[in-house]
Design a protein around this ligand. Structure first.
Ligand SMILES: [Zn+2]
Length: 199
Protein backbone atom coordinates (compact mmCIF):
# COMPACT_ATOMS: atom_id res chain seq x y z
CA UNK A 1 0.00 0.00 0.00
CA UNK A 2 1.28 3.43 -0.92
CA UNK A 3 0.01 6.50 0.89
CA UNK A 4 0.70 9.95 -0.45
CA UNK A 5 0.51 12.63 2.19
CA UNK A 6 -0.64 16.16 1.51
CA UNK A 7 -2.17 15.32 -1.84
CA UNK A 8 -4.40 18.19 -2.91
CA UNK A 9 -8.06 17.73 -3.73
CA UNK A 10 -7.59 18.30 -7.46
CA UNK A 11 -5.27 15.32 -7.93
CA UNK A 12 -7.18 12.85 -5.76
CA UNK A 13 -8.85 9.98 -7.56
CA UNK A 14 -12.64 10.15 -7.61
CA UNK A 15 -14.35 6.92 -6.68
CA UNK A 16 -18.08 6.42 -7.03
CA UNK A 17 -19.39 3.74 -4.70
CA UNK A 18 -22.79 2.66 -5.93
CA UNK A 19 -24.81 1.39 -2.99
CA UNK A 20 -27.11 -1.27 -4.44
CA UNK A 21 -30.92 -1.08 -4.05
CA UNK A 22 -32.93 1.27 -1.84
CA UNK A 23 -36.28 1.85 -0.16
CA UNK A 24 -38.90 -0.70 -1.09
CA UNK A 25 -36.38 -2.42 -3.37
CA UNK A 26 -34.52 -4.20 -0.60
CA UNK A 27 -32.51 -6.40 -2.94
CA UNK A 28 -31.87 -9.88 -1.65
CA UNK A 29 -33.35 -10.91 1.68
CA UNK A 30 -31.44 -13.60 3.48
CA UNK A 31 -31.27 -15.58 6.64
CA UNK A 32 -32.99 -13.90 9.62
CA UNK A 33 -34.35 -11.30 7.18
CA UNK A 34 -30.98 -9.69 6.67
CA UNK A 35 -31.44 -7.21 3.81
CA UNK A 36 -28.93 -6.61 1.05
CA UNK A 37 -29.71 -2.88 0.84
CA UNK A 38 -28.71 -2.43 4.51
CA UNK A 39 -25.56 -4.55 4.32
CA UNK A 40 -24.19 -2.65 1.31
CA UNK A 41 -25.05 0.76 2.82
CA UNK A 42 -23.19 -0.20 6.01
CA UNK A 43 -20.18 -1.32 3.96
CA UNK A 44 -20.17 1.89 1.90
CA UNK A 45 -20.45 4.19 4.92
CA UNK A 46 -17.65 2.29 6.64
CA UNK A 47 -15.51 2.77 3.52
CA UNK A 48 -15.96 6.54 3.95
CA UNK A 49 -14.62 6.33 7.50
CA UNK A 50 -11.74 4.00 6.57
CA UNK A 51 -10.67 6.29 3.75
CA UNK A 52 -10.06 8.92 6.44
CA UNK A 53 -8.58 6.74 9.16
CA UNK A 54 -6.54 4.23 7.13
CA UNK A 55 -5.84 5.97 3.80
CA UNK A 56 -5.45 9.49 5.20
CA UNK A 57 -8.32 10.66 2.94
CA UNK A 58 -6.23 9.68 -0.06
CA UNK A 59 -9.30 9.08 -2.23
CA UNK A 60 -12.38 11.15 -2.92
CA UNK A 61 -15.27 8.79 -2.30
CA UNK A 62 -18.82 9.55 -3.39
CA UNK A 63 -21.77 7.30 -2.59
CA UNK A 64 -24.78 7.08 -4.89
CA UNK A 65 -26.94 7.08 -1.76
CA UNK A 66 -26.13 7.96 1.85
CA UNK A 67 -29.45 6.82 3.30
CA UNK A 68 -32.30 4.51 2.30
CA UNK A 69 -33.32 6.89 -0.50
CA UNK A 70 -34.58 6.36 -4.03
CA UNK A 71 -32.12 6.57 -6.92
CA UNK A 72 -32.61 5.14 -10.39
CA UNK A 73 -30.06 2.92 -12.10
CA UNK A 74 -29.44 5.59 -14.76
CA UNK A 75 -28.80 8.25 -12.12
CA UNK A 76 -26.15 6.02 -10.57
CA UNK A 77 -24.27 5.99 -13.89
CA UNK A 78 -24.90 9.69 -14.48
CA UNK A 79 -23.19 10.50 -11.19
CA UNK A 80 -20.03 8.74 -12.41
CA UNK A 81 -20.12 10.82 -15.60
CA UNK A 82 -20.90 14.11 -13.83
CA UNK A 83 -18.05 13.61 -11.37
CA UNK A 84 -15.66 12.44 -14.10
CA UNK A 85 -15.04 9.43 -11.87
CA UNK A 86 -11.85 7.38 -12.09
CA UNK A 87 -13.52 4.24 -10.83
CA UNK A 88 -17.11 3.04 -10.31
CA UNK A 89 -17.78 0.20 -7.87
CA UNK A 90 -21.30 -1.10 -7.35
CA UNK A 91 -21.82 -2.99 -4.09
CA UNK A 92 -24.26 -5.90 -3.84
CA UNK A 93 -24.89 -9.11 -1.90
CA UNK A 94 -25.71 -12.34 -3.63
CA UNK A 95 -28.63 -14.67 -3.04
CA UNK A 96 -29.14 -18.24 -4.16
CA UNK A 97 -29.71 -21.62 -2.63
CA UNK A 98 -28.32 -22.07 0.85
CA UNK A 99 -25.17 -23.83 -0.35
CA UNK A 100 -23.75 -21.02 -2.50
CA UNK A 101 -21.10 -18.86 -0.93
CA UNK A 102 -18.22 -16.56 -1.79
CA UNK A 103 -17.33 -13.36 -3.59
CA UNK A 104 -17.59 -12.60 -7.31
CA UNK A 105 -17.13 -9.47 -9.40
CA UNK A 106 -18.95 -8.54 -12.61
CA UNK A 107 -17.67 -6.55 -15.57
CA UNK A 108 -19.38 -5.35 -18.76
CA UNK A 109 -17.64 -6.16 -22.05
CA UNK A 110 -18.30 -3.15 -24.27
CA UNK A 111 -15.40 -0.74 -24.04
CA UNK A 112 -12.03 -2.33 -24.65
CA UNK A 113 -9.88 0.01 -22.57
CA UNK A 114 -12.27 0.26 -19.62
CA UNK A 115 -13.17 -3.44 -19.74
CA UNK A 116 -9.51 -4.35 -19.42
CA UNK A 117 -9.09 -1.90 -16.55
CA UNK A 118 -12.31 -3.18 -14.93
CA UNK A 119 -10.94 -6.74 -14.96
CA UNK A 120 -7.73 -5.53 -13.30
CA UNK A 121 -9.81 -3.70 -10.67
CA UNK A 122 -11.97 -6.82 -10.15
CA UNK A 123 -8.91 -8.99 -9.55
CA UNK A 124 -7.52 -6.49 -7.08
CA UNK A 125 -10.77 -6.38 -5.07
CA UNK A 126 -11.13 -10.17 -5.26
CA UNK A 127 -7.58 -10.61 -4.03
CA UNK A 128 -8.31 -8.59 -0.90
CA UNK A 129 -11.66 -10.26 -0.27
CA UNK A 130 -10.60 -13.85 -0.90
CA UNK A 131 -6.84 -14.29 -0.33
CA UNK A 132 -6.71 -11.90 2.62
CA UNK A 133 -10.22 -12.06 4.08
CA UNK A 134 -10.98 -15.70 3.36
CA UNK A 135 -14.10 -15.49 1.19
CA UNK A 136 -14.35 -18.25 -1.38
CA UNK A 137 -13.30 -16.93 -4.80
CA UNK A 138 -16.04 -17.22 -7.44
CA UNK A 139 -14.09 -15.22 -9.99
CA UNK A 140 -14.59 -12.36 -12.43
CA UNK A 141 -17.70 -12.70 -14.61
CA UNK A 142 -19.11 -10.84 -17.59
CA UNK A 143 -22.69 -9.60 -17.42
CA UNK A 144 -24.97 -7.13 -19.16
CA UNK A 145 -26.08 -5.30 -16.03
CA UNK A 146 -27.57 -1.88 -16.82
CA UNK A 147 -25.54 -0.05 -14.21
CA UNK A 148 -22.29 -1.39 -15.70
CA UNK A 149 -23.40 -1.00 -19.32
CA UNK A 150 -24.20 2.68 -18.78
CA UNK A 151 -21.03 3.46 -16.82
CA UNK A 152 -18.23 1.67 -18.65
CA UNK A 153 -18.15 4.32 -21.37
CA UNK A 154 -16.84 6.77 -18.77
CA UNK A 155 -14.59 4.78 -16.45
CA UNK A 156 -13.68 1.29 -15.24
CA UNK A 157 -16.83 -0.11 -13.64
CA UNK A 158 -17.34 -3.26 -11.59
CA UNK A 159 -20.16 -4.80 -9.59
CA UNK A 160 -19.00 -6.64 -6.48
CA UNK A 161 -21.17 -9.37 -4.99
CA UNK A 162 -19.50 -9.42 -1.60
CA UNK A 163 -21.11 -12.65 -0.39
CA UNK A 164 -24.41 -14.49 0.02
CA UNK A 165 -27.05 -13.31 2.46
CA UNK A 166 -28.68 -16.70 1.88
CA UNK A 167 -25.70 -18.63 3.24
CA UNK A 168 -25.91 -19.12 6.98
CA UNK A 169 -22.25 -18.34 7.72
CA UNK A 170 -22.08 -15.33 5.42
CA UNK A 171 -25.39 -13.87 6.67
CA UNK A 172 -24.09 -14.25 10.20
CA UNK A 173 -20.84 -12.62 9.11
CA UNK A 174 -22.66 -9.55 7.74
CA UNK A 175 -24.49 -9.01 11.03
CA UNK A 176 -21.29 -8.12 12.88
CA UNK A 177 -19.90 -4.59 12.68
CA UNK A 178 -16.28 -5.73 12.89
CA UNK A 179 -16.89 -7.90 9.81
CA UNK A 180 -18.51 -5.03 7.92
CA UNK A 181 -15.35 -3.09 8.70
CA UNK A 182 -13.17 -5.96 7.41
CA UNK A 183 -15.05 -6.24 4.13
CA UNK A 184 -15.18 -2.45 3.68
CA UNK A 185 -11.42 -2.35 4.16
CA UNK A 186 -10.94 -5.18 1.66
CA UNK A 187 -12.91 -3.36 -1.05
CA UNK A 188 -11.20 -0.05 -0.28
CA UNK A 189 -7.70 -1.56 -0.39
CA UNK A 190 -8.63 -3.45 -3.55
CA UNK A 191 -9.48 -0.12 -5.21
CA UNK A 192 -6.44 1.65 -3.77
CA UNK A 193 -4.02 -1.09 -4.85
CA UNK A 194 -5.51 -1.06 -8.32
CA UNK A 195 -5.08 2.73 -8.60
CA UNK A 196 -1.49 2.55 -7.35
CA UNK A 197 -0.64 -0.10 -9.92
CA UNK A 198 -2.24 1.93 -12.72
CA UNK A 199 -0.01 4.95 -12.09
ZN1 LIG B 1 -28.24 -6.55 -5.54
Amino acid sequence: MCITFGQNEGTKKRIVIDVGHRGIDSGAIGINNIQEKDVVLNIAKTMLRLNKSVLNSNLNLYLTRYTDTLISLSDRSRLAKALDADVFVSLHCNASNRKSRGMEVYVHRSNYVNTKASIALSLSVLNEGTQKLGFKERGVKLANFQVLRETIAFCPAVLVEVGFVTHVDEARYFYKLENIRAIALAVLLGIDNYLNNEL
